[in-house]
Design a protein around this ligand. Structure first.
Ligand code: AMP
Ligand code: ZN
Ligand code: FE
Ligand code: FE
Length: 308
C-alpha cells in the first residue's frame, strides 16, 4: 500500500486477548510484551468478565510502545444461547455493569466445588487449593483452571482433552453457571461509556448462529460490532458475517483470542482488525463516553502507533 511517495506499513491491530487475570497463561505485562514482539501496533486486553489486568497491561504498553485498549469479554446469554460479548473502554465501576460482572464471576467461582465433587465421583482427587494454584490469582477460577489442575495431576495432556472428557457441556463434571442477559449487558456497557462487539458470533462453542434479524435488533439496542475474523469461523462464515456487518452497519473486527499456551492455533495477530474499522469502533466509544455520566478508561498510546 502506498501513500504519497512512501510505503506505509499496515497498522496491525488485535482486539481480543486473554491474560492470567482470567484464563490466559501470560501475565498482563507478558501479554503486552508478546504482542509487541509479534509486531502488533494495537492490542486489546479482554479477559473474561474482569478489568483486573488493565493497570499492569497499560504500564507495560507504555514501556514497549504499543497502543493498549482496555476491554473485557463478558459471558452472556440470549434466548438460552451462550454469547460472548466483547466490551471496549467501559467504566467497570459503572453500577449496572459492575453488578453483572460480580454475578458472573461469583457464578464461575461457586460451581468449582461441585465440579470437584463430580470428578471425585470419577475417582479423580483435586482440591480447591489445586485449582486456586492453577489460576495464578485470576479474578475467578473457572473450568480452564480445573483443566490445568487435571493436566498437572497427569490425568489429561492438555485443556482440550480436559474439556472433551470431563468439563465440556454434557460431560460428567460439567456444571451450569450464571451468564448475564445479553441485551441488558449491551445497555450496561453503553451506559458505562463503552462499546460492545459480539465475539465469535458463529463460533464452535456457541449454540446457534445469530441471524440478520437478531443482529439488527441487537444493533438497535446499541451493539457496535461483530467479530468476523476469528479462528472459529471458516472462510464462508467470515464472508457472510462481513456482508451482514456491512448491511446492518456494524463494525467488523478480527482478532486472535490468544490465551498464551492455554489455547492452540490462536497466536497473537493470527487475525487482525482493519484500521478503518478500528477507527470507527473508537469513534463510537468516544461518543458513548461523552453521552455517559461515567469517566471511562482511556487508550494507552504507544509512541510507535500510527493511528490517530
Ligand atoms: P468458564 O467461563 O469457566 O465456563 O470457562 C470457559 C472458558 O474455557 C472459555 O472462555 C475458553 O477460554 C475455555 N474453553 C472452553 N472450551 C474449551 C475447550 N474445548 N478447550 C480449551 N479451552 C476451552
Ligand atoms: Zn477464555
Ligand atoms: Fe469467547
Ligand atoms: Fe476469548
Amino acid at each position: 500500500m502506498t501513500a504519497g511517495n512512501s510505503r506505509v506499513a499496515r497498522v496491525r491491530i488485535d482486539l481480543h486477548t486473554h491474560s492470567r487475570a482470567s484464563d490466559g497463561t501470560d501475565t498482563p505485562a507478558e501479554l503486552v510484551r508478546a504482542a509487541a514482539r509479534a509486531g502488533l501496533d494495537v492490542l486489546a486486553i479482554t479477559d473474561h468478565d474482569t478489568a483486573d489486568g488493565w493497570v499492569e497491561a497499560a504500564a507495560a504498553a507504555t514501556e514497549v510502545g504499543i497502543t493498549l485498549v482496555p476491554g473485557m469479554e463478558i459471558s452472556t446469554i440470549h434466548y438460552g444461547r451462550s454469547v460472548h460479548l466483547l466490551a471496549y473502554l467501559p467504566d467497570p465501576t459503572s453500577p449496572a455493569l459492575a453488578d453483572e460482572l460480580t454475578r458472573v464471576l461469583a457464578g464461575r467461582e461457586s460451581r468449582v466445588p461441585e465440579m470437584l465433587d463430580r470428578l471425585r465421583g470419577l475417582g479423580i482427587e483435586i482440591s480447591a487449593d489445586d485449582v486456586r494454584a492453577a489460576s495464578h490469582g485470576a479474578a475467578a477460577t473457572g473450568r480452564p483452571h480445573v483443566a490445568d489442575a487435571l493436566v498437572t495431576l497427569g490425568v489429561v495432556a492438555d485443556r482440550t482433552e480436559a474439556f472433551d472428557r470431563f468439563l465440556g457441556a454434557g460431560r460428567t463434571a460439567y456444571v451450569h453457571r450464571y451468564a448475564a442477559p445479553l441485551e441488558a449487558t449491551i445497555r450496561a456497557v453503553t451506559e458505562a461509556g463503552g462499546v460492545s462487539v459480539i465475539a465469535h458470533p458463529w463460533g464452535r462453542g456457541g449454540l446457534g448462529r445469530p441471524d440478520e434479524t437478531t443482529l439488527t435488533q441487537l444493533h438497535a439496542v446499541g451493539l457496535a460490532g461483530i467479530e468476523v475474523d476469528h479462528q472459529d469461523h471458516d472462510a464462508a462464515a467470515r464472508a457472510r458475517l462481513r456482508e451482514l456487518a456491512r448491511d446492518i452497519g456494524l463494525v467488523a473486527t478480527g482478532s486472535s483470542d490468544y490465551h498464551g499456551t492455554g489455547k492452540v492455533d490462536h497466536e497473537l495477530g493470527c487475525n487482525t482488525t482493519d484500521p478503518a474499522e478500528y477507527e470507527r469502533l473508537m469513534a463510537l466509544a468516544a461518543e458513548a463516553a461523552v453521552r455517559s455520566d461515567r469517566v471511562p478508561p482511556v487508550v494507552t498510546y504507544g509512541p510507535a502507533t500510527g493511528t490517530a
